[in-house]
Write a protein that binds this ligand. Sequence first.
Ligand code: PLP
Length: 369
Amino acid sequence: MLYRKHLAQAFTYKSGRPPEDLLKAKGIKKVYPLASNENYLGPSPKALEAINKAKNEIHIYPDTLCSELREKIAKLYHVNVDNTLIGAGSSELISMLYTAFLEPDERVLKPNPSFMLYKVLASFMNLQCEDFQLNPDFSYNIDTIIEKNTPETKIIIVVSPNNPTGTIITQQQMDKLISSLRKDQILVVDEAYIEFNDAENSYDDLIKKAVDDNYEKNIIVLRTFSKVYALAGLRLGYLFAKKQIVEGFLKVLKPFTVTSLAEKAGVASLDDTLFVNKSIQLVKDGRKKFYSEFDRLNLDYTKGYGNFIFIKTLDINKVSEAFLEKGVVVRPCAQFGYEQAVRITYGDAEANDQVVKVIKENLDLFKRK
Ligand SMILES: Cc1ncc(COP(=O)(O)O)c(C=O)c1O
């Protein structure tokens, strides 16, 4: 074995996409891709226009710092340019976070169940990553985080709305968590799905706290263009933090990872409020539809604030198969530690109807309350 020893036991990331040839073999013509929390509307017209315009410049290396996009985000959120940074997806920023801030004897503390990349990247890098458990209804329990927060804990991750459950941290919980932090720690708030969060008690002063260079606590707010802005395939993410933290990221910045097309598309997407609002409305319509149908069927599902829904089943293999037969690609949650649960991204009315139809035809495979 030539590769590094710890990689023999490393977790690997599994995407939610089934092989194209499997779909072809089943003779499935219409596919409803609801496995990866992408934007069902497709790309924003303004982003497409920007890419089209920028394509004649792709022989030129991109601007590593993405100055145009960085400045635009800074202006939009009323922060200094030094308090924000662009990456090739928030995934790249998470990777940079570990490289820049975590010593081998320090630990990451992350929710369970949650986005697997936090664990996977720690595993690749041979770094220590520990879980704290969400409540049985998948709400956060701040006391559990505080209990698990040891002197070795350097980075605490919270994901709100959480993937795959959609559950959030309330303002009160966030305040409690922040006040429990030590000054030598970093709290990362992953807000990949924040635009879909219409909960009244969402926290609005978080970015302000994160970018306050004199604030004694360290907070990183992580965002992405992959969800509401529909640029998952281009890879674009950003963060907010104090200048000293951004400087840490700059130490490990690789040149040219964000492409010029991604940057231009990002800039254009921020202007396409019509598209953003349509994307949010699509998700809200989906929620309304699923909640009323699922309540009528008495399904055991979780009410959440992301662009997806988490449902408990009695036989995940049969459920996945039943969906696939009707062209609906969903995400089984075994990798998240929930062998029998499924996560389904909201689609348009047709896709959502198809989901409900499959569930109704296979009701005995779904757990009831
Ligand atoms: C909670 C969470 N954070 C981050 C990401 C990664 O996003 P990106 O596409 O920006 O790397 C995802 C992707 O699904 C996610 O669910």
